[in-house]
Write a protein that binds this ligand. Structure first.
Ligand SMILES: Cc1ncc(COP(=O)(O)O)c(C=O)c1O
Ligand SMILES: N[C@@H](CCCC[NH3+])C(=O)O
Length: 464
């Protein structure tokens, strides 16, 4: 599991070669050109670097659209003979106006977690009714925007929020569509920091303590709130679908209990996102959208039959598995050092022109990535290497262990695949490094989705 804590660095294996599949580590269009340089959607990475500089996130538009479309189709098909399904793209993974438009064009809705994500989705023209709003500490402004824009669902995350949303809805004379985020106790995902449904954490309302049921009852008592359904999100970077079954049964059980007690059968259930992707050649093959949809449809069908309730409309919120594999980060190599290790071995430290400011995941979750020489091919021996950034932290690691050709040198381009999710969206200005651009590549052309920050941008924030 790539995001798991590990005491020892992973074995230094070379990056798998691009294979054109949607379950590999590279965007599907990536291949090596005749002289060995990587080509993304028909554009040579050397041309991208020459025109736009490095570091840069390079996003394969057709790949991203294809993944979005695959989810839309798979869920439509699997739930066709149930009560239907909606797929919300989780914008936290990466959101820009163009990406919001693309996923909406491909049949998805958009899940937002802040006023910033909401603003981008709205600017993209996504109708309010196709947007969801999450957040364990939503501001009044965020809730007001959601109500005024007719957001399709506000996912209530605390008992206190029930009151706030009801009051703000009443003031505006609207009835707010709400879901209750239920903590089911299922612990899943790649790392403790990204698992979200165990009891001892900040998200949701506990099933076992009765808080979730209390929220349901309070919402049902408020004429200004429309209880659309229940929500469960169990974590992220999950490869094994079994946890979703347990969580789905738990929320469907609560839904049936509420119906038995009150006569109100909630029309919807959201089963969250969290489907894993491959970051390195050592990762398991991730579940496909078809496998996810079939598994969830199966459990919803069976559980509702056992509970004796009609099936709900189901929604899910994948982020990483749509945008993660669609992008790579392009870096330029600077310093290269050969370091003697305590055990007598050697490791080559390859410093690149970015680091933890453009990808915090290795430092935050000990997440593993891989890297490949991108601007040329090399027949040199592959040697154990570590790709590091330019920040003032020894934990500023981009790739902990990878076999790179021994002749990698200053000026070479390196590509790190699978950086589309939680890369740019979690980027920082640490050490006052401007954040890289997001460049979309399609049919041989490059388009800037998010421009590179400049030193002027950073200086402009400083009021002296
Ligand atoms: C409520 C919610 N929905 C959806 C997601 C998207 O998860 P992922 O990017 O792992 O699919 C997250 C993040 O884990 C989340 O917290
Ligand atoms: N940001 C995390 C996942 C958390 C997702 C949001 N709940 C990651 O990079 O893996």
């Amino acid at each position: 599991m790539s995001a798991a804590h590990a005491a020892a660095p992973p074995p230094a294996a070379p990056a798998p070669e691009p294979d054109g599949t949607s379950t590999g580590v590279w965007p599907t269009s990536v291949r090596r050109g005749d002289d060995g340089a990587l080509v993304v959607a028909g554009v040579d990475v050397r041309d991208i670097a020459a025109e736009h500089g490095t570091p840069a996130y390079v996003l394969d538009e057709a790949d991203l659209r294809g993944r979005a479309r695959a989810y839309a189709r798979a869920f439509a098909a699997a739930f066709a003979d149930l009560a239907g399904a909606d797929v919300y793209y989780a914008g936290k993974a990466f959101l820009s106006v163009a990406v919001a438009r693309w996923v909406h064009d491909e049949g998805l809705r958009v899940d937002t977690a802040t006023g910033g994500e909401l603003a981008v989705a709205l600017r993209a023209g996504v109708p309010g009714g196709h947007i969801g709003l999450h957040g364990n500490n939503k501001s009044v402004d965020e809730i007001v925007t959601a109500l005024e824009q007719g957001v399709g669902r506000i996912v209530v995350d605390s008992l206190a929020e029930v009151d706030v949303v009801a009051r703000l809805a009443a003031e505006r004379g609207v009835r707010a569509p709400v879901m209750v985020r239920v903590t089911t106790g299922v612990h899943a995902g790649g790392h403790e920091f990204i698992a979200t449904a165990h009891e001892d954490q900040k998200f949701g309302l506990s099933l076992t303590s009765g808080a979730a049921r209390k929220a349901v009852d309070e919402i049902l008592a408020r004429p200004d709130l429309d209880l659309v359904g229940l929500h469960s999100h169990i974590g992220s970077q999950i490869m094994d679908l079994a946890g979703f079954e347990v969580a789905a049964r738990a929320v469907l059980g609560l839904r049936a209990q509420v119906a038995a007690d009150t006569g109100y059968l909630m029309p919807e259930v959201d089963l969250g996102g969290g489907y894993g992707i491959a970051y390195t050649g050592a990762d398991a093959t991730p579940p496909t959208p078809e496998e996810v949809a079939a598994a969830l449809a199966g459990v919803v069908r069976r559980a509702c039959a056992e509970l004796g309730t009609a099936v709900p409309r189901v929604s899910v919120e994948p982020g990483r598995s749509i945008v993660g594999p669609s992008a790579l980060t392009l870096y330029t190599v600077g310093t290269v050092k050969d370091v003697q290790l305590d055990d007598g071995g050697r490791r080559t430290y390859v410093s690149v022109d970015g680091g933890m400011s453009d990808n915090i995941r290795p430092a935050l979750y000990e997440a593993d990535y891989t890297a490949a020489l991108a601007g040329r091919a090399s027949a040199a021996e592959a040697v154990p290497s570590r790709v590091v950034g330019k920040h003032c932290e020894s934990g500023d690691i981009v790739v902990r262990g990878v076999a790179l050709p021994a002749d990698v040198a200053a000026g070479d381009l390196l590509a790190v695949p699978a950086t589309g999710a939680y890369g740019r969206s979690m980027a920082s200005n640490y050490n006052l490094v401007p954040r890289p651009p997001v460049l979309a590549v399609r049919d041989g052309a490059v388009r800037v989705l998010v421009r590179r920050e400049t030193l002027e941008d950073l200086l402009a924030l400083d009021q002296g």
